[in-house]
Design a protein around this ligand. Structure first.
Ligand code: PBG
Length: 333
């Protein structure tokens, strides 16, 4: 370091006015960074509130179309649909997962019919919205069975690609699923369907409100996903997971949850230099909203909660704040 210390160097000099702070800013948040996760329900003309996620709703497909139109007008690049499956359609085999007429597939077709390539559609590949037990895979002899689950995930990926999904995002954490899905996509002519792998996904308590939103919490009955999702104490293991998924053909990788795992995001970006995404998950959203509603935090904390992902090295962020933040960003210079 050649710089001479105080008083020649005063760190506060460049912070002394607003224009100067803007000029030296290392990172910015723009609407191009935001992915909007959306919850779906069957039926028509309905929206439903989710108690543990204030301000977030489930939409029927017809109600969703104007909401997606608004997202496009705001400049949001992509949406990520998650279905709330009717109880009578959940079963041991996750039958809805590879049904071309599932709620998600119908929604993809409707969004693509209305908006074409004006917005990207990123679909989860995992079985938890569809299984009667709430696990992301098939349970065989009391265990979440890896290879049998991968077969179903491949079929799920293909029906979603066929319906027009732009990016498949496997969030199930089975081993070998990225390679199996990539191979099936190539064989079936889906050369340009991208894969964004939830490569580093932790067994986290921060997913609680999401499981309310898709109705899998009751099904899971307190059961743990620790045999397939990662132990929160591990960091190096994430680099191993990411390396494998890239080798198997992932175009982009995800770290999840977000804010408690910024160290992991930063290591992944530095090590691999590939597109890295983060998911500001339901529990992070619920914490922030609850504190703001109680007057314990100022709502400007929301911007900070997303900007920190950029500093850590993410290229994009899944956030339930996407619409709210896109509106705010259009007024911030
Ligand atoms: C399911 C899935 C989960 C989330 C996204 N996809 C939950 C889980 O793994 O139990 C969580 C998202 C959130 O909490 O906002 N495969």
């Amino acid at each position: 370091m050649l710089q001479r210390a105080y008083p020649y160097t005063r760190m506060r000099r460049s912070r002394s006015s607003e224009w100067s702070r803007r000029l030296i800013a290392e990172n910015t948040l723009t609407v191009n960074d935001l992915v909007w996760p959306i919850f779906l329900i069957d039926g028509e003309g309905k929206t439903e509130d989710i108690a543990s996620m204030p301000g977030v709703q489930r939409y029927t497909i017809d109600k969703l179309i104007p909401a997606v139109e608004e997202a496009i007008k705001l400049g949001i690049p992509a949406i990520a649909p998650f279905p709330y499956t009717r109880d009578d359609l959940r079963d041991e085999k996750a039958s809805q997962a590879d049904d071309p007429n599932s709620l998600v597939c119908r929604m993809i077709r409707e969004v693509k019919k209305n908006f074409g390539s004006d917005i990207g559609v990123i679909c989860d590949v995992a079985l938890d919205p569809y299984t009667s037990h709430g696990h992301d895979g098939l349970v065989i002899n009391g265990e979440v069975a890896n290879d049998q689950t991968v077969d179903v995930l491949v079929r799920q990926a293909l029906v979603q690609a066929e319906a027009g999904c732009d990016i498949l995002a496997p969030s199930d954490m089975m081993d070998g699923r990225i390679g199996a899905i990539r191979e099936a996509l190539e064989e079936n002519g889906f050369h340009n369907t991208q894969i964004m792998s939830y490569a580093a996904k932790y067994a986290s308590k921060f997913y609680g409100p999401f499981r309310d939103a898709i109705g899998s919490k009751g099904a899971l009955k307190g059961g743990s996903k620790a045999t397939y999702q990662q132990d929160p104490s591990n960091g190096d293991e994430s680099l191993h997971e990411v390396a494998l998924d890239l080798e198997e053909g992932a175009d982009a990788v995800m770290v999840k949850p977000g804010m408690p795992y910024l160290d992991v995001i930063s290591c992944v970006k530095k090590e691999f230099n590939v597109p890295v995404f983060a998911y500001q998950v339901s529990g992070e959203y619920a914490m922030l909203k609850a504190a703001i509603e109680n007057g314990w935090l100022d709502d400007e904390v929301l911007f900070e909660s997303l900007l920190c992902f950029k500093r850590a090295g993410t290229d994009g962020i899944f956030t339930y704040l996407a619409i709210e933040m896109a509106k705010k960003l259009s007024t911030i210079r």
